[in-house]
Each structure stands twice: as C-alpha cells, then as structure tokens.
Design a protein around this ligand. Structure first.
Ligand SMILES: [Fe+2]
Length: 253
C-alpha cells in the first residue's frame, strides 16, 4: 500500500515530534503493509510554514535514518497546502511542491467553510497542469452538509482524498456513512491516513480498505488503492464509477 498524506517528517508540524517518533511511525507503516509514504507537512495554514526546499531536504534525511535502521519504507516529498490567495505565486516561486513531483497537489480547505475563490483557484491550477486533491473533504463543514458544493469542485477538476479513520468508523458512524455515500457516488479518488503519530492518529489504511470492501465492494477498494500507486508512478489517477447498491450497503441505513 501507498499512503499519500502523512505527517511523518519530524519536528516541523504537529506530526512526528522527533526522529524517534518518525521511526516508530515508519515501523508501524511497514507492519501494516505500507511500502511508501508521501510526507505532507502542513504549509500556509496559519500555524506552520514549510517551504518545498526544506521538505525535500528533510525527506532525504529521514530516508537516510530509515535505511540506517533497516526499515523498508520509502518516504517521498510532498506538502499539505492550505488554500490561500497567494498560492499560485508561491507555486511559481517553488515554495509549494506537488506530491512526489507529480502533477497532483494536496490542497487543504479550512474546516468551517469553502472560500469563495476555491473554484477559481482549482481552475487556475488545472490550467497550469496541476490537479488539486482536496484533503479530507469530510472534515469541511460546508462540504459535509452540501454535496453539491463538493460536486462543483469535482466538476472544476479537483479530486478527493478521504481519511482512513473516517472511512473505517473510528471517527464516528456519521462520518463513516458520509464517506461511504461519497464513495458510492463516485466522488472519491483515494484514501490515506493523515497519520500524525502511532497513538491517536495512526495509519489505519488496512481497516479503511476493509471497510470499503465490506460495505461497498472489493473492486472499489482495489481501485482506490491502485490510484495511490498510480500517483507515485506518475500515471493518471482514475476517476471511479459510482458503486451500485448491494445488500451490505443497505444495512448501514
Ligand atoms: Fe494532514
């Protein structure tokens, strides 16, 4: 498995606090069957600023530490970028980087609402050849209550990434139902952990894919998994077809 959204780089945001904690996270990832993670430290969220060149440097250092500890996990550079008015300029100046050098950018919205300029910014990014992936849309109050708003962002060309613990039910039944409904409607492209540590924000990818298999179907679980592989292989991410209802799905309602 591949995890495209993690806070494993030590000491630069609210994820791993030091190298020791990053090593523990890396061991947990390997144990779960994850072979590569993209490190996506917070950037421009009002609390943390982690420019691209710093992330590249720290990713190299962590990979070195992992090989010294004989941990078979590859860490790739990325960034979780909070949407902001100067995003395009920051991108041009190299402060903003995409996921592992691909054309995909992990874009975070504020938790309460969708800024009025979001659709326009998605459009501008698409024109530049960059596809934004909306990080954990299920955590945005406006998107969670208005599927039509999320649909408009998708129509503009954005993709979505759900959090593993929202999908597997750890964050509550209500959120899980929302995630499964979006999956059923073909509005989801990837699942990743947003792991911050091994205690209260671990990986949980295995459980999330198992939940998709159990409540929807195995094919969708495989397709979602495959999309993360495609991303790091620089292949186009596939848009997934809506899932037909099955008996297990009805049990949720
Ligand atoms: Fe995150």
């Amino acid at each position: 498995m591949i995890d495209i959204h993690t806070h494993i780089l030590p000491g630069i945001d609210d994820g791993a606090q030091d190298e020791q904690e990053a090593i523990l996270m890396a061991r947990a990832a390997v144990q779960e069957g994850i072979k590569a993670v993209i490190a996506t430290p917070h950037h421009a969220n009002g609390r943390y600023d982690n420019p691209g060149h710093e992330i590249q440097k720290r990713t190299q250092a962590l990979n070195l530490a992992l090989s010294e500890h004989r941990i078979a996990l590859e860490v790739l550079p990325g960034q979780e970028v909070r949407i902001h008015q100067g995003l395009l300029e920051d991108l041009e100046q190299g402060k903003i980087i995409t996921l592992s050098g691909s054309k995909y950018l992990l874009l975070e919205l504020p938790s309460g609402m969708v800024p009025s300029y979001t659709e326009e910014m998605i459009h501008e990014l698409i024109v530049l050849g960059i596809t934004p992936i909306i990080a954990h849309p299920e955590r945005n109050a406006e998107l969670a209550s208005s599927p039509s708003v999320l649909m408009r962002l998708l129509e503009r060309g954005a993709l979505t990434q759900l959090t593993s613990h929202a999908v597997d039910g750890r964050f509550g039944r209500k959120l899980q139902k929302l995630c499964l409904e979006w999956c059923r409607q073909g509005m989801v492209h990837m699942i990743s952990s947003d792991a911050h540590n091994i205690n209260d924000r671990p990986f949980g990818l295995k459980n999330a894919y198992a939940a998709i298999s159990a409540h929807l179907n195995d094919t969708l679980a495989e397709e979602l998994k495959d999309n993360t592989e495609r991303l790091i292989s620089r292949l186009e991410i596939r848009t997934l077809q809506p899932v037909l209802l099955n008996r297990k799905w009805w049990k949720l309602w």
